[in-house]
Design a protein around this ligand. Structure first.
Ligand SMILES: Nc1ncnc2c1ncn2[C@@H]1O[C@H](COP(=O)(O)OP(=O)(O)O)[C@@H](O)[C@H]1O
Ligand SMILES: [Mg+2]
Length: 361
């Protein structure tokens, strides 16, 4: 059976943007290309200043690129005049970190605003706004003003306003970055629901690895205006190739903290003066296999399990395990070689040598 590839709803090719000020110039985008399919939740992650906001603003031409193309549903839009752009922008909603609600009007009026610009009838406005209020769960806040709402509620109003004109694509620029973890989760759940219920395509910009982990199906890592790598979430998490993606993975598993904590333990004692502290990453089905028992039995090494945890990336597990391994040098090396040959990530964090023994031999 042949699998039909979904059509890209959004294609960016070779986008470049340099900001020139009186004193300097900043190359914010250096030839960015990516393709988002219909119904994707496409994450773009990068550090502050990487160019994420500039990139997302070129998608609806709030920022015109210096060169490159943007295609929305196959139509090139960088060359469009402002009047034609208006129509394209209706297909693209946007939400922001700071919500950008108008403070002086009610929740109802904030959501109705895009429809009023489009001169929709009173009846249609009433119907659409009450539908949206129900979808985002704020029917009881219709007459409230933004100042009377929590951060999460404000973002729900912003989502309702962004979607009231039935756009195909939602751009989210750090929409959860001002929210606490619990509220972040509830907004991410809402976005996920909008994606599965209405087929909404979402481009989600964030600097937080936990956010992409929770809802994105695909991921691009933006670093200094360039795509460092992209692929399915699993591809990027299980086999990171760029330095920045590796750092993200280590943040996910809190490797630096754990490494630091382990330094404070007397692991030298556990390995009896000679041995290794090893970090293992088990990906997918490898997470289920009984490797430790196999190593002890077949390589005659001694293993102490120090710390382990597991993350689920798009229904597949990635396991992280810290062990201390000791035994005859050759056997230890053979055991590590075996793990590598099985496709397990092996990182040697520390090595201990028993000075006394070395002196005797
Ligand atoms: N309007 C602007 N004028 C000058 N420089 C800008 C402007 N907008 C963004 N930049 C610069 O472009 C780079 C990328 O910024 P931005 O896209 O906001 O990054 P991010 O959203 O990833 O933090 C930064 O160095 C920033 O200072
Ligand atoms: Mg930004």
């Amino acid at each position: 059976m042949s699998v039909v590839n979904p059509e890209p709803i959004l294609e960016l090719s070779n986008l470049c943007k340099t900001f020139r000020t009186k004193y300097n110039s900043v190359e914010a985008l250096k030839g960015v290309s990516l393709s988002v399919n219909e119904r994707d939740i496409f994450g773009i992650i990068g550090l502050s200043g990487a160019g994420k906001s500039t990139l997302v603003r070129t998608i609806n031409m709030l920022e015109r690129p210096d060169s490159g193309e943007v295609r929305v549903s196959g139509r090139e839009i960088t060359s469009l005049a402002e009047t034609d752009l208006m129509r394209v922008r209706q297909k693209i909603g946007m939400i922001f970190q700071q919500f950008n609600l108008l403070k002086s009007i009610t929740v109802y009026e904030n959501i109705a605003l895009p429809l009023r610009y489009l001169r929709k009838s009173k009846a249609e406005i009433e119907r659409k706004v009450s539908d949206m209020l129900e979808i985002v769960g704020l029917t009881d806040k219709t007459g409230n003003y933004p100042s009377q709402l929590s951060g999460g509620q404000k973002q729900r109003v912003a989502i309702a306003r962004a979607l009231v004109t039935d756009p195909k694509i939602l751009l989210s620029d750090e929409a959860t970055s001002a929210l606490d973890p619990q509220t972040t989760d509830s907004i991410l759940s809402l976005l996920k629901e909008l994606n599965s219920r209405f087929g909404l395509t979402i481009v989600l910009i964030t600097h937080e690895v936990d956010v992409v982990k929770k809802i994105c199906s695909k991921l691009a890592v933006l670093d200094k205006g360039e795509i460092a790598e992209q692929g399915t979430l699993w591809d990027v998490f299980a086999n990171p190739t760029s330095g920045i993606a590796k750092k993200m993975l280590s943040r996910l598993f809190k490797l630096d903290d754990i490494h630091c904590a382990l330094e404070n333990l007397k692991i030298g004692k556990i390995v009896q003066g000679r041995g290794l502290l090893v970090h293992l990453l088990f990906k997918g089905e490898k997470a289920n296999n009984a490797y430790i028992a196999y190593l002890v039995k077949n390589f005659d090494v001694c293993i102490s399990i120090i710390y382990g945890n597991i993350e689920v990336i798009q229904t597949s597990p990635i396991g992280s395990l810290f062990i201390a391994m000791s035994g005859e040098e050759e056997r230890v090396q053979a055991a590590l070689g075996y793990l590598r040959s099985e496709g397990i990530g092996v990182g040697i964090l520390r090595e201990w040598h028993d000075k006394r023994r070395e002196e005797i031999h």
